[in-house]
Ligand binder design. Structure first.
Ligand SMILES: Nc1ncnc2c1ncn2[C@@H]1O[C@H](COP(=O)(O)OP(=O)(O)OP(=O)(O)O)[C@@H](O)[C@H]1O
Length: 231
């Protein structure tokens, strides 16, 4: 990897996203600029309908913006054909959802192994990764045998097993109590720093912002630093 590809994990430049047309146009993202460095955890807060999910969708190459560019390392996602985009999403982008979305019949270890098999990427060793997220002792358990916090730990490990450049996290603490929420976001911060992944986390949970490197607020599709120093 050349020096020019290591400074930026993910870069959104002048990104706009509109839905509909004419009188019914909704502006979900309004000239958004965001650079997330490798090893940085950026949190995004904001009211419902502000554009946070739209930002994750655009950053993850799931939705093409109406204007602007999304660059992952040195790849411009807005100039990449659909088939290649799917491959980039599989190999370079990890997703963590509100509920961990684990497959009910697979053990924790097999959730990671399956992801490695699907992508065919050497990535990281599933056993070591489970150890890293504090789940080695639960490797043989299925999701139904795990607590909500444990499931999220496995979900984070699964998202990291391909050794992605970018991690996109949507409301990871929505189903967790306060103590587990702190543990899970602290883990996200630790893994972000350790793996050198560029992480964006959308959250309504202001309690956990203390673990994040940077906090931004989205209002009416515009992104700005959080007014109060919540972190
Ligand atoms: N597929 C779509 N078609 C039309 N409008 C959409 C679509 N997706 C999102 N929007 C609109 O774009 C705006 C931003 O929505 P978005 O879901 O990104 O907000 P959000 O901040 O994630 O909200 P929440 O916190 O409730 O999940 C809203 O006005 C929403 O109604």
């Amino acid at each position: 990897m050349s020096a020019t590809t290591t400074t930026t994990g993910l870069s959104l430049k002048n990104v706009g996203l509109q839905f509909g047309d004419g009188d019914s146009t909704v502006t979900a993202l309004d000239d958004v600029n965001l650079e997330v460095a490798p090893g940085e955890l950026v949190a995004i807060v904001g009211p419902s309908g502000a554009g946070k999910s739209s930002l994750l969708a655009v950053a993850g190459g799931l939705t093409q913006p109406t204007s602007g560019s999304v660059v992952l390392r040195d790849i411009d996602l807005t100039a990449t054909p659909q088939r290649q985009l799917a491959e980039i999403r599989r190999n370079q982008i990890g997703f963590v959802f509100q509920s961990s979305n684990l497959l009910p019949s697979l053990t924790a270890l097999d959730q990671l192994r399956l992801m490695s098999t699907i992508t065919g990427r050497p990535g990281r060793d599933p056993n070591e990764l489970l150890e890293s997220v504090g789940m080695a002792h639960r490797a043989g358990k299925r999701p139904g045998q795990l607590s909500g916090g444990e499931r999220q730990r496995v979900g984070i490990a699964r998202a990291l097993v391909t050794d992605p450049a970018v991690l996109l996290v949507d409301e990871p603490t929505a189903a967790l109590d306060r103590a587990r929420s702190h543990e899970v976001v602290q883990l996200l911060a630790d893994e972000t720093h350790r793996a050198g992944v560029a992480t964006i986390m959308v959250t309504h949970d202001h309690d956990v912002l203390v673990h994040c490197d940077r906090v931004l607020e989205m209002i009416d599709g515009k992104l700005s630093p959080l007014a109060t120093d919540a972190a």
